[in-house]
Design a protein around this ligand. Structure first.
Ligand code: SF4
Ligand code: SF4
Length: 228
């Protein structure tokens, strides 16, 4: 109710539009209803049908309210917890691992078949925060707002990167930033001492297996010293 009142007030529909009435009986409910001051309504009745899909119906209603608003807005800032909003991605932190895409239950985050890319459709986002909680780099911030322009339904690019090609077969399998980050974290570990193991981190999954089979003499985490 609070978020709805914020939207209606920002669009210029004067008055208090929503109220929770708790009444002891029907006459009490009627008295409470008549005591409410009328609020401003939309000048022209809507022509869409209500659908069982709540989010779709809400989109139609908001579009109608925005089109006939006394004070048209392109975007309306909302309080934390609102079910609409945008995302910010810190490009210096984001490795384009795509974990957030898998976590999003609303298809608001998308990748691209052409290149390593993170895209976002604001209209689909319900601000649940699953993407931000899933991100291993803590790169995502949520900003509640209602965007009322056509951009809300368009996929915008939040981050994109240069692909990383497997050093053995040359096929792209990740991003340069992701591999650099992995090398930085694992490069100093004793298990990756020696050029062979470190180079394997820069190979695609298939080439890693082939390379391991060709270098069976290398020390492995599975090499358990035998008891004397
Ligand atoms: S925002 Fe986080 S989870 Fe999403 S692709 Fe970037 S690093 Fe991965
Ligand atoms: S906040 Fe929720 S709905 Fe929005 S992009 Fe993240 S996971 Fe998807």
């Amino acid at each position: 109710m609070g978020h709805a009142q914020t939207v209606l007030s920002a669009l210029g529909y004067a008055g208090r539009h929503l109220e929770l009435i708790v009444a002891e009986d029907v006459p009490g409910l009627e008295r409470a209803l008549w005591a409410m001051a009328p609020a401003a309504t939309v000048a022209r009745p809507a022509t869409f049908n209500l659908a069982a899909e709540k989010r779709g119906t809400l989109d139609f209603a908001l579009e109608h309210l925005a089109r006939h608003a006394p004070a048209p807005q392109e975007q309306i800032p909302l309080a934390a917890g609102a079910p609409w909003g945008t995302l910010g991605v810190d490009k210096d932190k984001c490795t384009l691992c795509k974990a957030c895409i898998g976590a999003c239950p609303a298809s608001a985050l998308l990748d691209s078949p052409e290149a390593p890319m993170l895209r976002f459709i604001e209209r689909n986002c319900v601000q649940c925060g699953l993407c931000a909680n899933t991100c291993p780099e803590d790169a995502i911030t949520l900003t509640p707002r209602l965007l009322l322009t056509a951009q809300a339904a368009q996929a915008v690019v939040l981050n994109e990167a240069q692909p990383f090609n497997c050093v053995r077969c040359g096929q792209p399998f990740g991003t340069k930033q992701m591999i650099d980050s992995m090398m930085g974290r694992l490069g100093a570990h004793s298990m990756f001492a020696g050029g062979g193991a470190l180079r394997r981190l820069q190979m695609c999954a298939d080439c890693r297996v082939v390379d391991m089979m060709e270098n069976k003499s290398e020390a492995s985490i599975l090499d358990v010293p035998k008891k004397p």
